[in-house]
Design a protein around this ligand. Structure first.
Ligand code: TYM
Length: 323
């Protein structure tokens, strides 16, 4: 697979049903570009452990997220799909990075501060989350990391970890770049805040038609009367139309003319989301649990080979490889 191509890597946590924010922010950009790179798509199961303490749910979440990857269009023969916990070098390297960065540096992480503000337990894993993510990225000499805007700082932290290591022990890690599509940097949830599992404001990617419709119909709107023009810049439904509606210009005109109301607009959006994911759902339905497990086993082998070679070098550089 390594033929001088640049490397692309991203990961998602298997901590619940993927939502359309995960899809538009990370998965779709990965699907659209992974063929041009040597590509890695990771299941961040140890990251999920920072918030999830239910073994059955975590196990099912892992299977589900891999099925979601394939359904969304990732061909497992063209990308290495693997889970973090299958490659112990990730946690090993994270420890080394933990020893290079300071507590005040980690305290500045927005994601950590946001999660604690939302009431998540401030466990030490959540605190050092960025260094495990840095290890995920740097072990594979990743060039590009497609993510949503909320992960920008985490990729900066990975660059910082690389720079700190290189400075202390000699040139070893490549500094990666995040790839954030400006128009889909932060997909809004049904309440207008960033769509997030922890806000409970999501539209599920592979929910039933009814679940998708119910979520879309619950999008918050103002009290503009039917027949009055609607503001495309402020309306959450319209923000989502931008990603799912083929005849966007026509809908935009109807907003401006006042010939569409919120209810009709939401019904159209739900219809268009369901139509977009229909072919993905079919692919998902055709994938057995055994097939998913095989994908993970195959991916683990490829990822381990890369990661162990890199870690052998790292152990030498830090001085622990004596024999
Ligand atoms: P997770 O599972 O929280 O999010 C997965 C991806 O979905 C994006 N995302 C969004 N994008 C746009 N709008 C939204 N409302 C929205 N909500 C979520 C996130 O930005 C992310 O890209 N820390 C990572 C997982 C990870 C990782 C990695 C990513 C672990 N190791 C290495 C890249 C490289 C995360 O946020 O997962």
């Amino acid at each position: 697979m390594s033929d001088g191509k640049k490397r692309l890597l991203t990961g998602l946590q298997p901590s619940g049903q993927l939502h359309i924010g995960n899809y538009l922010g990370a998965l779709k950009p990965f699907v659209e570009s992974y063929g041009e790179y040597e590509s890695y798509l990771m299941v961040a199961d140890y990251h999920a452990l920072t918030s999830l303490k239910n073994p059955a749910q975590l196990g099912e979440g892992i299977i589900d997220v891999v099925a979601d990857y394939v359904a969304a269009g990732v061909n497992p023969t063209q990308a290495t799909i693997f889970k973090q916990s299958d490659v112990p070098e990730h946690t090993e390297l994270a420890w080394i990075f933990d020893c290079l960065v300071t507590v005040p540096f980690l305290q500045q992480a927005h994601a950590y501060k946001d999660k604690v503000a939302k009431g998540l337990e401030a466990n030490a894993g959540l605190f050092t989350y960025p260094m495990l993510m840095a290890a995920d990225i740097l072990l594979y000499d990743t060039d590009i990391v497609p993510v949503g805007a909320d992960q920008r700082q985490h990729v900066e932290y990975a660059r910082e970890a690389a720079a700190k290591f290189n400075q202390a022990f000699g040139d070893t890690f490549k500094e990666p770049q995040e790839k954030i599509s400006e128009d889909i940097a932060a997909v809004p949830g049904v309440d207008g805040k960033k769509m997030s599992k922890s806000y409970g404001n999501t539209i599920p990617l592979f929910g039933t038609d009814d679940a998708i419709r119910a979520a879309v119909m619950s999008i918050v709107t103002d009290s503009t009367a039917v027949g009055a023009p609607l503001d495309t810049d402020k309306d959450i439904t319209f923000a989502l139309h931008r990603h799912f509606t083929p005849n966007l210009a026509e809908i935009q005109k109807r907003y401006v003319d006042g010939t569409i109301g919120y209810k009709e607009s939401k019904e159209l959006l739900a219809h268009n989301i369901i139509a977009t994911i229909a072919p993905m759902r079919e692919r998902r339905g055709a994938l057995s649990r055994e097939a998913v497990i095989q994908i993970l086993k195959d991916g683990a082998e490829v990822a381990r080979a890369k990661a162990s070679a890199k870690m052998a070098d790292v152990r030498k550089k830090v001085g622990v490889a004596l024999y």
